[in-house]
Design a protein around this ligand. Sequence first.
Ligand SMILES: [Zn+2]
Length: 364
Amino acid sequence: MLVKEIITIIEAFAPLAFQESYDNSGLIVGQENDEVTGVLISLDCVEEILEEAIAKNCNMIISHHPIVFSGLKKFNGNNYIERTIIKAIKNNIAIYAVHTNIDNVKNGVSFKIAEKIGLKNCSILQPKDNLLSKIVTYCPKESADKVRAAMFNAGAGSIGDYSECSFNVDGVGTFKGDENTNPVVGKVGELHLENESKIETVVPSHLVNHVVTSLKLAHPYEEVAYDVFNLQNRYANVGSGVVGELIIEEEELSFLKRLKKDLKTDCVRHTKLLDKKVKKVAICGGSGSFLLNNAIAAQADVFITGDFKYHQFFDSENKIIIADVGHYESEQYTSELIYEILNEKFPNFAVSLTENNTNPVNYL
Ligand SMILES: [Zn+2]
C-alpha cells in the first residue's frame, strides 16, 4: 500500500477542497509514493503518538488536527511542533491530517457524534454556498446516454440523496469545419446540421476538470462544446455542524447526564436549564461557538460543542442550552470514523487506533 492510496480513500470521503481557508489538511510530512507498513490514527499528532507509531511499526500517522498549522521557519526542536516534525522525518513517518474537510462533509465528525448520542433525521447545520457548478454540453442524440453516463461516473449529477440527475432537451446543432478539421459527421467546409441533445447537470466545483475530461473522452466530436457555470446554490451535503432529533424527547438534566456518559467527559459546562423537553439537538465537533445562531435558528433545544468562552454563554439568551463538553471529548470519535473509512476499503490492512489520550486539558 502506498501513501497516495490511503490518501485517495480518505479524500474520496472528505475532499481537500472542502477544508476551510485557514486550514492545513493533507500530507504534511512524507511522500505520496512511499510504501506504508501500517497506519496509526489519532486526534492529535504529537511526540507520544510518534513513539507509539514507531513501536507499532506504523510509518503513517493520520490525525484530525494538523500538527503544522502556520508556517515554520526553523527546525531546532524548540517546541513540540518542531520536535514532532524532526522525529517524523528522522524515522521516515508520514503525517497526514484530515481536519475541517472531515468536519464539513455529511457523515463526518459531527454526524459521528450524532450517531453516538442517538440522533435521527440529521442534516448539516450550516450548509456552504458556492461549491457547485453546472456543466452543459451538446452531443449527437445517439451518443447522449454514453456522455451522460461518463459525466455521472466522474462525479456529476448528485442532488441531495439523488444521483444521476440531469436535464435533457433535443435540438439542432450547426458547425462548419475548415481544412484542418476531421469531423465525425458532415463534410469539411460545408455547414452541417446535426440532431443533438443538450445535457445539463450539476457537479461539485472541485470535480469540474475531472468531469470535463471524462465528457470529452466519451464525446464523439473532436471539438466538444460545453459550458461551465459557477452556482451560488447551497450545497446541502457540505458545511458545518449537524442538527437532528432524538427518537424520544428527554428531560434536560437527564439528557445532559447521558451526554456526560456517552461522550466520556468529566465536565459538561452548560447554560441554565429552560424547563422544557429536549428533542432537537445541534452539534459541532471541536470549537463550534460560531454556529450558536444557526443552532438557535434551527430551533434546537441543546447545542453541543466545545471551547465556549464565558461571555459567549450569555449569547444563548435563554433560547437554547449550550452544552460545552470539551474540545477533545467532542471529537474523540473522529479517530473511529477515520478507522471505519479505511477499514471498509482495506479490511486486511494494518490500521490501528492510538492507545494514547492526547487531551491536554485535565479536570480536577
Ligand atoms: Zn478540533
